[in-house]
Ligand binder design. Structure first.
Ligand SMILES: Cc1ncc(COP(=O)(O)O)c(C=O)c1O
Length: 363
């Protein structure tokens, strides 16, 4: 039995093999590995892709969020609202910045942040919101931005799963003060290791993120802040430059696969993902819901189809946050109990998609 993996690099990496190896050889021979021309060029190219003035390369998506919050002055005594069903890194960034996590329950249809959940999470300590463009589709950004304006809150977007996603034609990461990206290998735009970036139109914010990620220094051996070491390696930047040129094609391919899933899966036990109005979906994750999720996972695995749950434990139930007694929110808990992500990768064949569809329809 041929296994259908949850994700695979082959479809992207095999055609790029020689170009990537040539880039590696060039960088290897040059012998310049930190803060050089590759990083600068990638920052310019990624900013142009997103439609912002600046992009600052950092070491990971978690660092991008942490540095953006710190650079905006979020810290002790502040609360930051995040979705109750996000990946743990969104919460950890708030904690690393010294602030407290507050949870908003997402829209039950899209699973993404909306205005309603924010109302309930607001307190007089709320300083910022992190909308997460989860699974690859934008949060309800009109409502999030209206709420932020009304209550004078900062907005730092978590775009780790949404490279190239748009809301009303505008790229994610460009709505708030800063947009934060992960280039973890499995992302739609992934490096060959950890990497991340912060995008912004604000020159002072870009500069401060860069300084905080470089030991808090504005020039060599002169330190304005107790910063950290979080920089984008030259080698990763060089690889990312190559893959960035193909990102729209990769996203289009994922969209074709997703449409095939959407047209083919017909089983009353399974709820298909829904794309909210006025936005595209870049299908980082093809997320279905099923009341018997764990059984469905095992049933598919027995047929050689590998799936993953994003995420099986809501933030409020994570041991790391037990001491905070965060509220258990109904939609977030329900998603944690029912979510299952289907195989989705560049290079996945129509036959493979159809095998998954058949298995789901027979479940
Ligand atoms: C929603 C979300 N936020 C933040 C991160 C953190 O990114 P990284 O793994 O690069 O630190 C990820 C990815 O892992 C993520 O999916």
């Amino acid at each position: 039995m041929k296994t259908i993996p949850f994700a695979s690099f082959e479809g992207m990496h095999t055609p790029l093999r020689q170009e990537m190896l040539d880039a590696f050889a060039r960088m290897y021979d040059k012998g310049w590995f930190i803060q050089g021309q590759e990083c600068q060029a990638f920052e310019e190219e990624f900013a142009a892709y997103c439609g912002t003035r600046y992009a600052v390369g950092v070491a990971s998506g978690l660092d991008a969020l942490t540095l953006a919050l710190k650079a905006l002055g979020v810290g002790e005594g502040d609360e930051v609202i995040i979705p109750g069903n996000t990946f743990i890194a969104t919460a950890l960034a708030v904690t690393y910045a010294g602030a407290r996590v507050a949870l908003a329950d997402p829209d039950p249809v899209t699973g993404n942040m909306w205005g309603k959940g924010l109302e309930e999470a607001l307190t007089d300590r709320t300083k910022a919101i992190i909308p997460v463009h989860l699974y690859g589709q934008a949060a309800q950004m009109d409502e999030v931005m209206a709420f932020a304006q009304k209550h004078d809150l900062l907005v730092v977007e978590d775009c780790a799963q949404a490279h190239g996603a748009t809301f009303r034609g505008q790229k994610v990461g460009t709505f708030g003060q800063a947009g934060c990206f992960s280039f973890y290998p499995g992302k739609n735009l992934g490096a060959l290791g950890d990497a991340g970036a912060v995008i912004t139109n604000d020159p002072a914010l870009a500069e401060k993120v860069r300084q905080l990620g470089n030991y808090g220094s504005d020039r060599k051996y002169h330190h304005l802040y107790p910063g950290m070491n979080s920089r984008l390696d030259e080698i990763q930047a060089g690889f990312l430059r190559i893959k960035l040129r193909h990102l729209d094609d990769y996203n289009a391919e994922r969209d074709r696969l997703a449409r095939r899933y959407l047209a083919g899966i017909q089983n009353p036990k399974i709820t298909l993902p829904q794309v909210g109005p006025d936005r595209n979906h870049i299908w980082h994750i093809f997320s279905i819901r099923c009341d018997t999720r764990d059984q469905l996972h095992d049933y598919l695995e027995e047929r050689g189809i590998l799936t993953v749950s994003h995420y099986p434990i809501a933030i409020a139930d994570q041991p790391a946050y037990a001491a905070q007694n965060l509220p258990r929110l109904p939609v977030s808990s329900r998603i944690a109990a029912t979510e299952l992500s289907l195989p989705m990768y560049v290079g996945m064949t129509e036959e493979e998609v159809d095998t998954v569809i058949r298995a789901l329809n027979q479940y």
